[in-house]
Design a protein around this ligand. Structure first.
Ligand code: COA
Ligand code: ZN
Length: 308
């Protein structure tokens, strides 16, 4: 059975929406702890406008400050050419370009329509491949609102697939289908995952779920049953898009790892080390997290019988 590849997004999707700025040294300490858990990739930060996302204004310091390991890919979110230039300074392994499948979320989040984002993508890939520091950098694209838009509602599967095709034609190498505000349900997830893999069999697809309506793990399971092995997930279940009303946390990494490992599906992740990292979060963000296994313990935890 293929081992899953988990991309940890708490340092990006998680910290971007927190009410307070997580100090740079704490971000670095957390990413270093996460790097030692067996995660395949870590989305360390975003090279976006510091006015749009002030919490990630220390992106360059974070990427330059973390310990790098050969077995952990460091990816960063990049929305435009300016973001690429900043990312290239820091020797990243992967850039995660971002655009929306729907016009209104694109405008709200990035001040770009999908068409304008695709123009940026073309310029980013050109800039990357034309730079000696970028020749080996993997280009992933995240497609927000792939399962529905909080402003427009349904996003047609045909539109999602057409946008994927146009991304690939520009030189994108991997695609993340994002359920930005937790609108997806497992049946819909299975349909889109099957259709995407049938049409683009050689493309590594990652699935990115938010647990906004409690369907995150069910959606991840449906995606896995449809053949997906790459998942974004966020430690403690932190996360959310600041430009999508009602957005809440991602599917929780340790809960996802726990579920798959209990099923006998290898994730390559040391769950105890991950839980120890998750236990750091309340001290960093100043509040409890939605993660469940970190509170309940793994399902092999045994309790003493209550005294009678
Ligand atoms: N990094 C740093 N600064 C950037 C930048 C980047 N990638 N892109 C633009 N800027 C700066 C410009 O230099 C300019 O600065 P100035 O006002 O001091 O001159 C300012 O931002 C506006 O630039 P402009 O090109 O007009 O961008 P915009 O205002 O249209 O914003 C984005 C477009 C994409 C940069 C902005 O919407 C953004 O960063 N969004 C991030 C959304 C996000 O991360 N959402 C959550 C994750 S999906
Ligand atoms: Zn997200």
């Amino acid at each position: 059975m293929t081992q899953l590849q988990i991309n940890e997004v708490a340092p990006r999707d998680g910290f971007q929406i927190e009410a307070t700025f997580v100090p740079t040294a704490d971000k670095i300490r957390l990413i270093d702890a996460l790097s030692a858990t067996g995660l395949a990739r870590i989305e360390a930060t975003s090279f976006v406008s510091p006015k749009a996302i002030p919490n990630l204004r220390d992106a360059a310091e974070v990427v330059s400050g973390i310990q790098r390991r050969d077995d952990v890919g460091i990816t960063v979110l990049v929305p435009n050419v300016k973001g690429l230039e900043r990312a290239l300074e820091c020797r990243v392994d992967e850039v995660n370009l971002v655009m929306s499948a729907s016009d209104s979320h694109g405008q709200a989040n990035l001040r770009m329509t999908p068409e304008q984002s695709l123009e940026q993508f073309a310029a980013i890939v050109k800039g990357l491949r034309g730079d000696s520091r970028g020749s080996n950098v993997f280009v992933n694209a995240s497609l927000s609102t792939s399962f529905g838009c909080p402003f427009e509602g349904e996003v047609a599967e045909a539109r999602v697939l057409e946008l994927v095709e146009r991304q690939l034609a520009l030189g994108v190498q991997g695609v993340t289908l994002c359920d930005t505000t937790g609108m997806a349900n497992p049946a819909q997830v299975a349909r889109l995952c099957e259709a995407a893999q049938a049409r683009f069999p050689d493309v590594p697809f990652t699935l990115h779920f938010h647990n906004t309506r409690g369907m995150g793990l069910a959606n991840a399971l449906a995606a896995w049953q449809a053949g997906i092995v790459r998942f974004d997930a966020s430690l403690g279940g932190l996360g959310g898009c600041p430009y999508a009303p009602g957005a809440t946390g991602n599917v929780c990494t340790e809960d996802l790892v726990h579920m798959f490992e209990q099923m006998g599906v290898s994730t390559g992740v040391d769950l105890d080390a991950l839980l120890a990292a998750s236990a750091m979060l309340p001290g960093l963000v100043g509040h409890d997290t939605p993660g469940q296994v970190v509170k309940a313990g793994k399902s092999d935890r045994r309790y003493s019988m209550p005294a009678r």
